[in-house]
Structures are given as structure tokens and as C-alpha cells.
Design a protein around this ligand. Sequence first.
Ligand SMILES: [Zn+2]
Length: 271
Amino acid sequence: MDRARIEVVRSVIWQMTSTIVVCGPSALVVDPGVFPAEAEAIRRRIPAGVRVEALVFTHHHWDHVVGHFAFPGVPVYASSTLVRAVAEQGALAREALEEARRRDGEWYVERPGGYRWPEDLRGLEDGFHFNVGDLDVEVLGLPGHAPDAIGLRAEETLIVGDYLSPLEIPFVDDLEAYRRTLRRLLALSAAGVERVIPGHGPPLTAEEARRIGREDLGYLDALARCRVPGDAEAALRIPLPRASTVPGMAGHHRENCRRAGWVIPADGSGG
Ligand SMILES: [Zn+2]
């Protein structure tokens, strides 16, 4: 039986990770690059004689999905939630493409493939399994950062999408779901996992991932505690678990407070 070879490539923006999983003559690419040249470079890394059988989107955010044009005709797996949104032209599907267009416009990026979802988009649910060559891949439903977020487990590796990043704080869509997902990732990475690949930043050992998971859960638990008395000022004062000097991170914290239910003006004055 072939062992999987797993390679991680990072984008020049936000260190968005693309993961190439090769097992025998088969390959899988997760979140296939942000800029067209990056997606092309990922395609060229596939060894001769190996066929990319599928792409996976960890979630709908534009940076994770726009690279699919480098792999024409390859089926794309994503959560059933995203597949439904694409079929119905729902908000998740529309917003991601609008954001891609806006960012490309701002940065003068030429994207010859344009702005469309893949034609062959197939839905995954928590607990599904599929194969890459001999390799069994398990699907993990991981809502909280986005309603359609999924992760993968392949042998001793967890690919978790936008959780457990060493570079940023949690970006919350649903606070309760995010806390549940972190508790699940902490439990999963405590047994039989050696490597965790976050959506942004370098791959982590299981121990590093658990430390980040505990810090993030502490931060989100503090947010949830402030919610009980509805104390928006206290929520805004919660220290960030990391990256506090990164431009914009304080704004992400304010957005998290808003997502947790407070009415907070965009200028961050609280109240
Ligand atoms: Zn994201």
C-alpha cells in the first residue's frame, strides 16, 4: 500500500495554504492557490504520471477557491452547504466571487479564468470518506469560521482550513459553533495526529496546534462570558491571543464582538 506524500505551498498573501496530497498515481489538491500564477505553479508540482483526481475547498472564502481554473475538468469537493448555495446562487456563493473580483480589481490582477464556480462541484458531509489512490480521507464538518467550513483527516495529518492559524486570531462567523469546532479539533489532535495544516501559515505539530487551539478557545470563552451581562466594553478589552500588532487585527476582534451579538460601531469606540 502506498503511503501518502503531503506537501504544503503558501500564497504570498496571508500565507494561504494549498495542500497537495499524492498517493500512488492519484493526487488531491486542497484550496488550490490564490493568484493564477500560484495555481499554475501548484499544477506543475504534481509529479509526472500522477493525476489530480479531485480538488477540495475547505470553505467558500475567495482566497481558498479562486485557483480552481488551473485544474480544468477536475471534480471539486466542498461542503454540501456550499454546493447548495452555488446551485441556488445564495449569499455565500455570490459574496465570494464578488470579493475575488473586488480584490483583483484593487490589485490589478488578471484572472483569465474569470469568476465562476466549478461546473463539477460535489457535496461532502461530516463523516464522509473518500479515497485518493489507496489513501482514505475522512471529512470533518467544522462550522464556526464559516457555515460551510470542512476539514480533512488523512493518516496522521489534519487539514483544518481557517482554524488554528499561528498568524491570526479566530475570525468568527458563529461563536458557539466555533467553540464546538475548536473543542473537537483539540480532541482530534490529542490522539494519532502528527501534523496539522491550518489555512494560513506554516504546518504545525499536533502539540503546536493544541496550544493555539487552547489559546483561541480561551479567547472565545472570554467573549462568550462577556455576553452574559452584555458587557460590550469588557468584550472589546479582551486581549487577543496573538497577532495584536498586525494591522487590522483589532478590527477583526471588533467584528468578532459584533458576531457575538453586541452592537459596536465600526470606529471601535465601543458602547
Ligand atoms: Zn476563511
